[in-house]
Ligand binder design. Structure first.
Ligand SMILES: Nc1nc2c(c(=O)[nH]1)N[C@H]1C(S)=C(S)[C@@H](COP(=O)(O)OP(=O)(O)OC[C@H]3O[C@@H](n4cnc5c(N)ncnc54)[C@H](O)[C@@H]3O)O[C@H]1N2
Ligand code: MOO
Length: 401
């Protein structure tokens, strides 16, 4: 699919997102099997199944006494977590148990220490357990298989491996997971005027994109593996992109030179190298010159416009969906909120608007958000996607990258 040309109208924002996702899916690498400890941030490439019953046997949920039959109960032993099963309980008997210990066969319930009175020996055998006050309404036994039983599907493929997934996989017996790795992204910042340190003098601009890229790429599911710079002189972009392209990254990212000005060399370079434009401009503000190309060797290149908020818009509109496709991520359910205190002023394009949450659950503009301004983004709780023609009501919210 080729999405419309720059200088004309560009793709709709949703159309651009799905084209980027589609390209990513078509290029998705084969799944790999990795140890659980190395899987954080990847995406499950196969459903996660329980390898056994969890817990593997009935276990106490409280520190207290496993009892059988009506009380009082004579203490006949002790069971700690990690020990094997104790002898089956008879009526009128109790075993002192720690949380997590196996309860003896025949246990009716566990009485927490808080609700019993011990009479006789201070602890251990020969003490007698009396119920003190009202009996608890719960058994306080975690039955075998309470969490899951062997073979049960726990999570579908396509889920991001977050810390909770690692804990679940480990607790249900997995040592390895089948995943798609986080795509590696190599970036190139362009422009003679862009400086990396200090207060910019007239004619210079301080690089605002380089510092935000590692975290933004990570939050979109990729790893920034290279960050290079090049100036505007003829040949600099070509050399830098060739160098970057030979580094084995899954995605190339450029910032600046996406427009049609005298020093904007990206589109001519793409044309010269025979790249295929998959998305050529998007009907969104800011960020309309953003592009997505497929280089002759198949590597995708995302062109971010140079204005910093426009660059972030392109990260959200193109890089995020591309990385989702490459990693096989199932898109999360669309988040929405009512947008207030913002005037559409007849804008014909989708607007990406940094917003903050209000106590009533609605969202409002978070601060100044011109294409070259980051004050709103830095104060934002989300980025609202305001469609053309919006005149009030709920809008889609994207996480701040
Ligand atoms: N005739 C037209 N001119 C422009 C249009 C248009 O439609 N017709 N679109 C404007 C929009 S919107 C944007 S966005 C920019 C896109 O420009 P480029 O992608 O070619 O980017 P540059 O020209 O290289 O830079 C634009 C602007 O951003 C500053 N910049 C660049 N890199 C950084 C950085 N790393 N950190 C901070 N700021 C950066 C650069 O100095 C420029 O001021 O084109 C408009 N023009
Ligand atoms: O991409 Mo530009 O920054 O739309 O303003």
């Amino acid at each position: 699919m080729v999405v419309p040309a720059a200088g004309e109208h560009g793709a709709g924002f949703d159309e651009a997102r799905s084209a980027a996702r589609g390209l990513g899916s078509a290029l998705a690498p084969a799944p790999v099997t990795v140890p659980v400890g190395e899987a954080l941030g990847t995406v499950l490439a196969a459903p996660l199944h329980a390898l056994g019953d969890v817990p593997a046997a009935d276990a106490s949920a409280m520190d207290g006494f496993a009892v059988r039959g009506p009380g009082p109960w004579r203490v006949v032993g002790q069971a700690l977590a990690g020990a094997g099963p104790s002898a089956p309980l008879d009526d009128g008997h109790a075993v002192e148990v720690a949380t997590g210990a196996l309860v003896p066969a025949g246990t009716d319930r566990v009485l927490p220490v808080e609700v019993v009175r011990l009479v006789g020996a201070a602890a251990g055998a020969d003490a007698v357990v009396h119920l003190d006050g009202t009996p608890p309404d719960r058994r306080h036994v975690r039955p075998r298989g309470e969490e899951c039983s062997a073979g049960e599907p726990l999570l579908p493929a396509g889920r991001r491996v977050v810390p909770g997934v690692l804990g679940l996989a480990a607790s249900t017996g997995s040592d390895c997971l089948q995943v798609r790795r986080r795509p590696r992204v190599a970036a190139l910042l362009t422009g003679d005027e862009v400086v990396a340190a200090g207060l910019p003098v007239p004619g210079q601009v301080r690089d605002a994109v380089g510092p935000l890229l590692p975290g933004a790429v990570a939050s979109l599911g990729g790893d920034l593996v290279a960050l290079e710079r090049c100036g505007d002189a003829p040949g600099e972009l070509d050399a830098a992109l060739e160098r970057l392209g030979s580094g084995g990254a899954d995605v190339l990212l450029t910032c600046g030179m996406a427009g049609s000005g005298p020093a904007d060399r990206l589109r001519p370079w793409l044309a010269r190298t025979g790249a295929r434009l998959v998305v050529d401009g998007v009907e969104v503000r800011p960020g309309h010159p953003m592009l997505l190309a497929s280089l002759p060797g198949g590597t995708p290149l995302v062109g971010l416009p140079g204005n910093p908020l426009a660059a972030v818009a392109a990260l959200l509109g193109l890089l995020g969906p591309l990385l989702d496709g490459l990693s096989g991520l199932t898109p999360p359910v669309r988040a929405e909120a009512v947008l207030t205190d913002w005037e559409p002023r007849g804008r014909p394009a989708t607007v990406l608007l940094p917003v903050r949450r209000r106590p009533d659950g609605a969202v409002e503009p978070a601060g100044p958000s011109g294409p070259a301004q980051l004050r709103g983004l830095a104060a934002a709780d989300a980025v609202a996607v305001v469609p053309p023609g919006w005149s009030g009501g709920a809008v889609e919210l994207l996480p701040v990258p």
